[in-house]
Design a protein around this ligand. Sequence first.
Ligand SMILES: [Zn+2]
Length: 374
Amino acid sequence: MEPVVKLLADLVAIPSMNPMGRTRSGREYSEQTLAEFLAGFLKKSGIDVQLQQVAPGRPNVLAYVDARASKTILLEAHLDTVHADNMAVEPFDPVIRDEKLYGRGSCDTKGSMACFLQAVLNVLARGSLKQNVVLLFVSDEEYRFTGAKYAAAQGLKADAGIAGEPTQLRIVRAHKGVTRWKAATRGVAAHSAYPERGKNAIYTMARLISRLEEYAATLLQQSPHAGLGTPTLSIGVVEGGQAVNVVPDQCWIEIDRRSLPGETAGSILDPIRSLLHDLPDWEFQEPYLSVAGMDVPENAAVVQKLSASVKEVLGESIIESAQYATDAGIYAAAGIPTVVFGPGNIAQAHTDSEYIELKQLQQAVHIVERFLTR
Ligand SMILES: [Zn+2]
């Protein structure tokens, strides 16, 4: 078995599922075992490595390879995967069939992780590394991005970055951000036979919701970003009331706002607050998730070097934008222009028969090797 395939199989065999706020525990719902495996793997390869404890059982892996070069590249991938309930394939016992490796995380995003590691080792072995490398493997990308945020807050430094996600070897140089928060309305409970004695929190919320619906429509009228279109807003959850014979004293919703690069949680929430200012008895909670969008210029060195490397291996390179948010937005906001790139297809991510094509995995290694020698 080729070294990168063996490495990927080892990574997939270690469960690192994100509990994603649900009451699930045990080491398989933690990044700890995988982080320890990676630390051991890197040490054995003679690379300095440390674990950052983001939260109990939720570490980041941070390693530094000094090439005595003037530039430093960040190669990043997340440790966590989504859960493996009801999968049609063995989630943690990787099987290779028809030149595909099946298992949870094979595509999202242990394929990228194996590719970065193998490429760095191969280039080091040949003595042709032309950039210092920061290898960063973070926890909790699938839920709240806390690993990437922690790493950035600890003073992560690099001249540019590549965040590994399944892009089918396309270079995603811009993507949207996302901010999510809860809004609540308060009322006064009463027996439903005497509704005039209470105040109905659902009626209040209904007015709030229709304002937000109108606002969402105005967002679509904004002049669009060239690659990303317009911002969007969607209400995804509504909950309220205890019983049909009680006037509800509480109602809440969850709001998902997709942002363009440059927008911040403040610039997103302030106009919505003022739009609702004349409505009574509502409040916003602090956003529980906020990741900035990013837009690395096409002529940035990281885009150009990566594109040249992709062309050498595949014959052509595709540079594009994406609607989804990734850790790259966090590094970009911290001053590290970071693109998204990796083997695998997002269409297979999170599915019940997740796989990665081995050919793409091997091509990715060749591409990153060439990138690191530039
Ligand atoms: Zn991912």
